[in-house]
Design a protein around this ligand. Structure first.
Ligand code: PLP
Length: 386
């Protein structure tokens, strides 16, 4: 639905027309930009499928029909749909306030459920998780490590270096149709969940291009295309689930064109992140703070996650969305986590107290100014009404 609001801040990343045109004659991405030496990239329709393919391949190499996967309790439920179709027991390990595994509980989980075949570690919002301890744990229990780097633009530091595999979701940070990448050793034969011959374009890609062009036009003329209806705060949102299908050639050509711009996208995202961070830190309050204490070198932030007091988050959420700033909550947690609130206190608390703000490269400086001034006002107003 199209409507007019004070600001029209796009939640989606918009492609440049010139990039779309150039991609028609470009080479296809091989995914090598996401690989270390000796690794290869396998494309799918999102990390959801890459995770399922990694687990299926690992279990086959272990000659097992059934397996155990450990994964964090702060996880999107919809990303587990393909994995749930396999014979695997999912064990949700609690995380701590700094989004790392809660080490005080992991050995108990091993005693209760057995050693995992695969251990999934998430690098939330593009910030690297503590990997050294996880590697030691995996060695100790005979598990393989799968890094979930769905929020990471490109590997840096230790990300993707020491694990069995790493999944990326370039479409979350780049203006490309839905593409996921599973990176693993080049000697490993990955079992695809479904795979046909590559088509040059499919209907979804055309739809994506048409939609993005229209959104770019509307954004340019400051017309908001987002529905005026804001998703109710208390509602658990589930992203639309998409079947796996081959990633078509045009998407890979566009990805190739964008690979040369990754550094500049990272610079822009870091700059916008710091603008929002400065603004939050400048308000002297104990109700709003950045989720991460700092922005380490090399990190390309996916979104800006803000930790808000549970008494004000709902106010800030509606206040920002009402003026067209797409503030969002983390999507639905898995039912197993919601059903046991006592065992997953922190994941549930994070789900209820973190709001994310877009800081992507399609935003203009003017958009960011609107975001920071409204955010500051929303926090101040909420302090008065508290
Ligand atoms: C941490 C994490 N991993 C995996 C996924 C699934 O990614 P995709 O949309 O590429 O399937 C998500 C979804 O948003 C996610 O937040």
């Amino acid at each position: 639905m199209i409507g007019f609001r004070r600001f029209s801040i796009p939640i989606t990343i918009l492609p440049q027309i010139w990039d779309l045109l150039s991609s028609l004659s470009a080479l296809q991405s091989s995914g090598k930009a996401w690989c270390r030496p000796g690794q290869k990239a396998i494309f799918s329709r999102g990390s959801t499928w890459g995770i399922a393919e990694a687990v299926r391949t690992l279990l086959k190499s272990r000659n097992k029909n059934r397996g155990i996967v450990f994964l964090p309790d702060y996880f999107c439920n919809h990303a587990l749909i393909p994995l749930r179709l396999q014979q695997v027991q999912l064990v949700f390990y609690p995380i701590t306030e700094n989004l790392n595994p809660d080490w005080s509980l992991l050995n108990d989980l091993v005693s209760q459920y057995g050693s995992p075949d695969m251990f999934i570690l998430v690098h939330y919002f593009g910030f690297p998780a503590e990997i050294t301890k996880v590697i030691q744990f995996c060695r100790q229990v005979g598990a393989e490590l799968l890094e979930d780097a769905a929020h990471v633009l490109i590997p840096f530091g230790d990300i993707g270096k020491h694990s069995w595999g790493t999944v990326f979701s370039p479409y979350k940070l780049l203006p490309v149709p839905k593409i996921g990448i599973l990176v693993t050793s080049e000697n490993r034969e990955i079992i695809h969940e479904t795979y046909d011959k590559k088509k040059r374009v499919d209907i979804n890609t055309w739809k994506w291009i048409g939609k993005r062009l229209l959104q770019s036009f509307l954004t340019h003329y400051k017309i908001s295309w987002r529905s005026q209806k804001v998703i109710p705060f208390e509602l658990d949102t589930e992203a639309r689930f998409e079947e796996n299908s081959p990633v078509n050639i045009l998407s890979l050509q566009l990805l190739k064109i964008l690979e040369s711009k990754l550094e500049s996208y990272k610079t822009t995202r870091r700059m916008y992140y710091k603008n929002v961070e400065e603004q939050i830190l400048s308000i002297n309050n104990d109700v709003a703070s950045p989720l991460f204490p700092s922005l380490p070198e090399g990190v390309c932030p996916y979104l800006f996650p803000i930790r808000l007091d549970q008494n004000i988050i709902e106010y800030v959420y509606y206040r920002l969305n009402a003026v067209g700033i797409p503030a969002q909550m983390w999507p639905a947690l898995p039912a197993e986590v919601k059903e046991k609130p006592f065992g997953h206190k922190i994941a549930i608390k994070l789900r209820e107290s973190i709001l994310t703000i877009p800081i992507h490269q399609s935003l203009t400086k003017h958009h960011i100014e609107c975001i920071v001034s409204n955010l500051r006002d929303a926090i101040r107003e909420s302090l008065q009404t508290k």
